[in-house]
Write a protein that binds this ligand. Structure first.
Ligand SMILES: O=C(O)C(=O)C[C@]1(C(=O)O)C=C[C@@H](O)C=C1
Length: 282
């Protein structure tokens, strides 16, 4: 049975994404309080696979996870794009008029900004994850508290759903990365018939005119399609950045050639993973 380390508890969106990605396989979840703990679980047992949210179509990137991924030395082996639909839930005996506080994961709260704006009297308090917020309210019988979580989490923890679909926009997807110890990648791929048509990389660039533009031109020359570029400051080197780039391609040879061509123009180039482009799943 595969062990999958996730951030969050049972019923969290990470739980849902892990079960969707590994559909048909038996998995055991290792529920971690933080993303740091997810990587620690992989370090402790190299057979453990990690699943982590990396970006959301409303809230944007989970920037720190790029950094954790790079530092961990793990490799991306896949991705899953999950449609996120949030519910506003409370204790079964309570109703709208009772609610004075709402608890949830900060990224989930960001996805419901419009809804929260329509209820300015409700105090917003961040929690570790969506499902745990619901569980804490239920087990602690926290009157006046509501949680923002999935419908499945509300049902799991016996909460009453006051409103469904409270995300600001229905095109609300979170992209999750599936990561593994680099020594396990070949073995894991052997058992999955996945096509490689996507790669993630990170590099730094010299502060010279057109250095980023040259890299992008080379990728374009090799018919490589850029799906994401994210710059992050390098701590301790002011105004210098790491560039995290995702690309898709249909010719693996051209992809390899493009990497060989950009390598001399970049510094500290690291391939974070080669995997199959995930479709947006509803
Ligand atoms: O709190 C949860 O349920 C999570 O799985 C975390 C998380 C995230 O980290 O972005 C996952 C998906 C949603 O975007 C909201 C929250």
């Amino acid at each position: 049975m595969k062990k999958i380390a996730i951030q969050g508890t049972l019923g969290s969106y990470h739980d849902i994404a892990a079960h969707k990605y590994f559909e048909g396989e038996e998995i055991e979840l290792i529920c971690c309080a933080s993303f740091e703990d997810v990587f620690a679980a992989i370090k402790k047992d190299s057979k453990t696979i990690g699943m982590l949210a990396i970006e959301n179509t409303i809230a944007g990137s989970l920037l720190h996870n790029n950094e954790l991924l790079r530092q961990s030395g793990t490799q991306i082996i896949g991705e899953y794009k999950l449609r996120i639909s949030h519910s506003f839930v409370c204790l079964p005996e309570e109703d709208w008029d009772d609610i004075t506080e709402v608890n949830s994961h900060p990224i989930a709260l960001m996805q419901c900004r419009e809804f929260l704006g329509q209820h300015p009297k409700i105090k917003v308090v961040e929690g570790e994850d969506t499902a745990l917020s619901a569980e804490i309210i239920k087990t602690g019988n926290l009157k006046g508290h509501a949680a923002i979580c999935s419908k499945a989490a509300a049902e799991r923890y016996g909460m009453k759903i006051l409103q469904e679909g409270i995300e600001t926009n229905k095109h609300n997807f979170t992209r999750f990365l599936v990561v593994a110890d680099p020594w396990q990648v070949d073995e894991l791929n052997r058992h999955r018939s996945k096509e490689v048509n996507k790669a993630s990389m990170v590099f730094t660039l010299p502060h010279t005119e057109g250095s980023l533009s040259q890299v992008l031109s080379i990728l374009s020359f090799y018919n490589i399609n850029l799906t994401k570029i994210q710059s992050l400051p390098i701590i301790g080197r002011e105004w210098e950045y790491q560039f995290y780039v995702d690309i898709v391609f249909d010719n693996v040879l051209r992809y390899k050639q493009s990497i060989a061509a950009i390598a001399p123009l970049t510094k500290e180039l690291k391939i974070l993973g080669e995997y199959e482009d995930g479709k947006s799943n509803i």
